[in-house]
Design a protein around this ligand. Structure first.
Ligand code: PLP
Length: 382
């Protein structure tokens, strides 16, 4: 892997040098006033990005920790939990809820599809669940679930709604308060374009109340919202050492997101996604999901017959300097995943399509060379 390689996997994404440089600054004492200012500014910026007045909890750890912290604060052993899963990360949510001792039902959705509103409604009517959890964009499929509708269904039944936005926050609209998402979590390394290492979890007032009123302590000591609340109001206090230099990066990354403007950022992501998909289709590739349910952050394309996953990705990296991802679970070696989020720009999309064309061609796939780039350019220059 060369330092010049273009990382087009669905996280971590390319990090702006400004963000990287911010991490090289001297490590401040975590209880100092100077660090407290950075911490508080980051919380304020995160609130704008999440669109919430709830509390924001940034913790050293990855998205998986975010899922654990989100669920462990509101789930007690024996609680009934409904998980909507249409992919690898939906399944992970269910596994975490099971680990916490919850009675978990899974509403399984075929990979590449979204849940039917009627099915969700029926499940919520048939059992009194305490929590419903779902993934906004499952990174194994590139499907964007109808988060707003799911939140409304949960709210109507007085069920707490937890949303995994690891692969959407900062790249697609998520309105935590507006849609009624009680607990929402993301990771630093995807559409926020910060290196991996911080997860951020938001809790609205209802979720905070549920944490406050629980009968048993949360399974996670480190991730207990109650222990962190004093630090969130006064970061000079101590509970556990924040990842100081990672917080510099998150601070800078959030600044860059807000400088671009959320709406402009979403528009850019939508444009890159649609150009990329147009490019893949123009060279005859089949995509996992329909445009109507496709996310703006990543795309999953099936390999044409005869193209081998390992060779294709090796060629992408070694011949073209572009890293794309293989598939997970049942789609392993049948499809590949390309992330187009964070700082992604037109050149990245065109370069990636060019490399895909070259690598497919090397493997004997026949198509009109240049058709993908041309189709993408037509979208990008509209
Ligand atoms: N949820 C989603 C949607 C993800 O894409 C990922 C990681 O790719 C995770 C959860 C887990 O995050 P991490 O790998 O940072 O622990």
């Amino acid at each position: 892997m060369s330092e010049r390689d273009l990382v087009m996997i669905p996280g971590p994404t390319n990090v702006d040098p400004k963000v990287l440089r911010s991490m090289a600054r001297p490590t401040l004492a975590h209880t100092s006033g100077a660090f407290a200012t950075i911490f508080k500014e980051t919380l304020a910026d995160l609130s704008k990005i999440f669109k919430t007045n709830g509390v924001m909890l940034p913790l050293a750890g990855t998205g998986t920790l975010g899922a654990e912290v989100a669920l462990s604060n509101i789930i007690e052993p024996g609680d009934k939990v409904l998980v909507i899963s249409g992919g690898y990360f939906g399944d992970r949510l269910a596994e975490i809820a099971v680990n916490l001792g919850a009675a978990v039902d899974i509403l399984e959705v075929p990979w590449g599809s979204v849940p039917k509103v009627d099915d969700v409604e029926r499940r919520l009517s048939s059992t009194k669940y305490k929590v419903m959890a779902a993934v906004h964009v499952d990174t194994s499929t590139g499907v964007a679930n109808p988060a707003k509708e799911l939140a409304a269904l949960a709210q109507a039944k007085d069920v707490l709604f937890v949303l995994d936005t690891v692969c959407s926050m900062g790249g697609m609209d998520v309105q935590v308060d507006g849609w009624g998402i009680n607990v929402c979590f993301t990771g630093s390394q995807k559409a926020l374009a910060v290196p991996p290492g911080i997860t951020i979890v938001s809790f609205d007032s209802k979720a905070q109340r549920i944490r406050e009123q629980r009968k048993t302590p949360p399974a996670s000591y480190y991730g207990d919202l109650k222990r962190w609340l004093p630090i969130l109001t006064d970061p000079t206090k101590y509970f556990a050492t924040p990842a100081v230099n990672m917080m510099y990066a998150l601070h800078e990354g959030c600044r860059m997101v807000l400088e671009e403007g959320l709406e402009e950022r979403f528009r850019r992501h939508a444009m890159m996604a649609s150009a990329f998909r147009a490019g893949l289709r123009a060279i005859g590739l089949r995509l996992l999901c329909d445009d109507a349910v496709a996310s703006d952050t990543l795309t999953v394309g099936y390999y044409p017959i005869g193209v081998r996953d390992a060779e294709f990705r090796k060629s992408m990296q070694e011949e073209f300097g572009i890293v794309v991802a293989g598939e997970l679970g049942p789609l392993r070696e049948k499809a590949f995943r390309v992330g187009h989020m964070g700082n992604v720009n037109r050149s990245d999309i065109l370069a990636t399509l060019g490399a895909i064309e070259g690598s497919l061609s090397e493997q004997g796939y026949k198509f009109q060379l240049g058709a993908g780039i041309s189709a993408a350019n037509a979208v990008l220059t509209k």
